[in-house]
Ligand binder design. Structure first.
Ligand code: ADP
Length: 479
């Protein structure tokens, strides 16, 4: 049989997902496995490389079971970004557990480097923060004295384990803070500023380039080409078919992630949004603006688990629909501070306008509105940064199953929202990049194959929406 299937492997923070898709992007195999999180001290988060790898192999096994390996045409990788591995420079075997993006142990290193912040932001498009890899690598270097080190992003580590080659891609590299955004490569100046000189770095290959061939992986044919790689949010942007400048996607998960393709020019935000590489292919690099809210779906979790308003997150919709409006209540979902574009980590969640007549249904409705307003704040900031209004938006993530939330979002933004049938856009994006690189698909074929499930068209009265935005903005300012 001709090779007609492409694999997408998504190595995430809590688990690994594998999708096997055919030429029409229909799923023919699926696997998922979690792995342990390690919290050795408050604020520290680590992944054991062998446990992480075991979850990858388990997900691959589940997804490929019963499929003829001769049908596999290519494989793509996507991964949690910023997570940092220290490997032996010679053997490329891990010398320490990986420091996960959530790990805050390097706050002091960042504080000591305050004087370098402007130069670092100008070169990388990112604020100086423990979130990114560079200070994590510095910590590992300081705690592994006398060792000859190599640095790996998650994709570089996986690629080495799966194929024996050692490379990453520009989207992952752009989250390390060692990558010059405009020049498109590792920066000697940044390496020196972070004090991580002399460490072996993976080669940066374009996102669709052949980066290795599978070697000795159970369930996969030897020499299967690994063609695609991208960081998780960039892979989701690609998986949502946002190939052209101005196209954007919004993921409603625990928190939210908005990415907008800005094309070939490096974006500069005046609102604290991050500038990042979207991908590099066919000799051209595309950039993206990125913004996120720390709390999105987790607000619904909180209403469920702490206030016991409903048994399942999905029930929030029926409860909110049981009232015509929120009865004047506003919920500001700043349970973990306010992210973009406000950047007030010390802000806390708030409820306004509660009366004796307020019901659980009003709270549920106000919570969904609060999630939608927070996203509208981010998208308005993006539109201002780019001096161009957004034409449409593609949505995914667990809470994108909520039709009422998406209708509110379309109304607030005044643009149509498109929801695909397949919500695992991250693994799908990795497969799409791989298939594109392997010549299995063209960009046009992928555009046509976008698995649209439903479009939410804006409704409602423009002046009422302007008034609602004004009330929201006044109340966020108070929070
Ligand atoms: P992550 O990938 O960040 O773990 P998911 O994409 O799986 O998150 O989304 C899960 C989140 O979405 C949870 O916080 C949950 O409360 C929320 N959620 C799931 N279904 C719904 C729904 N129908 N309406 C509102 N929120 C939902």
């Amino acid at each position: 049989m001709a090779a007609d299937l492409v694999l997408g492997l998504d190595q995430g923070t809590t688990g690994s997902t594998v999708l096997v898709v055919d030429r029409d992007l229909k799923v023919q195999g699926r696997g998922y496995a979690t792995f342990p999180q390690h919290f050795p001290e408050p604020g520290w988060v680590e992944h054991d490389p062998e446990e992480l790898m075991a979850s990858v192999l388990s997900a691959l096994h589940q997804a490929t079971e019963g499929l003829d390996p001769a049908r596999f045409a290519a494989m793509g990788l996507t991964n949690q970004r910023e997570t940092t591995f220290a490997l032996d420079a010679e053997t490329l075997q891990p010398l320490h557990r990986a420091l996960v993006w959530q790990d805050r142990r390097t706050a002091e290193i960042c504080a000591d480097m305050k004087g370098d912040e402007d130069a670092i932001r100008a070169a990388t498009g990112l604020p100086l923060d423990p979130y990114f890899s560079a200070t994590k690598l510095r910590w590992l270097k300081d705690h592994l004295p006398g060792r000859s080190l190599a640095f790996a992003t998650v994709d570089a580590f996986l690629l080495h384990r799966l194929s024996g080659t050692f490379a990453t891609d520009p989207s992952n590299a752009s989250r390390t803070q060692l990558f010059d955004l405009a020049a498109g490569g590792w920066s000697e100046d940044l390496i020196h500023r972070f004090g991580v000189d002399g460490i072996r770095l993976p080669e940066i290959l374009p996102n669709t380039a052949l980066r290795g061939r599978v070697r000795g992986v159970p369930g996969l044919p030897d020499s299967l080409p690994i063609h695609g790689a991208a960081g998780d949010q960039q892979a989701a942007l690609f998986g949502q078919g946002c190939f052209d400048p101005g196209e954007a996607k919004l993921t409603y998960g625990t928190g939210s992630f908005v990415l907008m393709n800005t094309g070939s020019s490096v974006p500069h935000s005046r609102h604290g949004l991050l500038s990042t590489v979207a991908w590099e292919m066919a000799g051209a690099r595309s950039y993206a603006l990125e913004g996120g809210a720390f709390v999105a779906g987790s607000l619904i979790q909180w209403l469920r688990d702490e206030l016991h308003l409903f048994p399942n997150a999905a029930d929030s919709e029926a409860l909110a629909r049981s009232v015509p409006d929120s009865g004047g209540v506003t919920v500001v979902p700043a349970l973990a501070g306010l992210g973009a574009p406000h950047w007030r980590p010390e802000a806390r969640g708030a409820m306004f306008g509660i009366t004796r007549g307020t019901t659980a249904a009003h709270l549920a409705r106000a919570a969904l509105e609060g999630i939608a307003h927070s996203q509208a704040d981010i998208l308005e900031a993006m539109a201002e940064d780019l001096s161009a209004p957004l034409a449409s938006l593609r949505v995914d993530g667990g809470a994108a199953a909520n039709d009422l939330l998406l209708q509110m979002q379309a109304d607030l933004l005044g643009i149509p929202l498109h929801r695909p049938k397949l919500l695992e856009t991250t693994a799908l994006g990795a497969a799409m990049l791989a298939g594109l690189g392997a010549g299995h698909w063209t960009l046009d074929a992928l555009r046509r194959a976008y698995p649209l499930e439903r479009t939410f068209t804006p409704e409602g009265d423009a002046s009422a929406i302007r008034a609602a935005r004004a009330v929201w903005k006044a109340r966020v300012a108070k929070a």
